[in-house]
Design a binder for this molecule. Sequence first.
Ligand SMILES: [Zn+2]
Length: 336
Amino acid sequence: MKVLEIGNVRAEPGSKACGTIAAGNHPAGGALEMPLIVVNGSSDGPVLWLNGCIHGDEPQGPLAIIMLIRELDPAKLKGAVVAVPVMNVPAFEASERGNPLDMFSYDMNRVYPGSANGRFTERLAWAHKEALAAHADMEISIHSGGDHSFLDKTIFAAPGDAALELAQAMGKGWSVILSSPHPKGSPMAELHDQGKPAISIELGGICHTMPDAFRADGRAMADAFWNVLRHYGMVEGEPQYEEKWFTGSQIAVLASTSGLWLAEEGFEFLKPAREGQVLARIYNLYGEELEQIKAPCDGMPFGLRTTPATHTGDWAVFYAKITDEVTALVHPSRAL
Ligand SMILES: [Zn+2]
């Protein structure tokens, strides 16, 4: 076992250490740093890297990371867990998707690998990417619906069996695995280009941060990370799996009119829907129905907008077009 040195953290084998990745300075002079946690196990194994809040309005990431880290005992861990609870610090502090101080590279999940000499957020991405690329064997980016949507348990996976294995390792409840709508520009894409498995996961939204709901979403993700650790033999215990996975791609269902949004009574996330099934309606403020938002094909809705005032062109439904069902557990890591 070796000492892990990442950012300003030095973690001896069998220890947990915290620190930061340096990312420049604030205008008033303080250091701009990403929080970093390194749980270095007591024997050899892979490095699982967890990333939260690349979008600042998605606090489920840091919550799930905190829950896992508080429970994880380095003496019982093989390999290491490295976590950045909040990647885009200015965006998190503003509770916004991107950094409001940087309108030119606003969305950090579109600018990877970033640039050492680039714009504000590109430099943040670069500093993070340098550490990630040097140490991670596999990566999970944690997302949610942010301030405009609720998304139920969905995984976006990079291509290939190694990423499919990581997705399947998430365990019970995580049966929808979609191809990435952004094959470039994200940490997941960056890791994939380096031949390492990476996934992005979605659960929750600002609408779901009342105490019980927020805690439950964090718990569900932390439990899934425990399952991943069991799957790769990093901790003791039998991993649990879904019996079947649905693979496909995301369809953006956009509103074609403006008005007041209302989902159909009895709407359920991750429940199969038929093409043409009405999922929601948009009304004008005189009570007239302007539009029915319908399922674009057979598949299942995995997310809905949660802001009732809707503009033409706004996200309405996050919809999964299912193209395949997978019943076999892939396990390319066994060949390593
Ligand atoms: Zn996100």
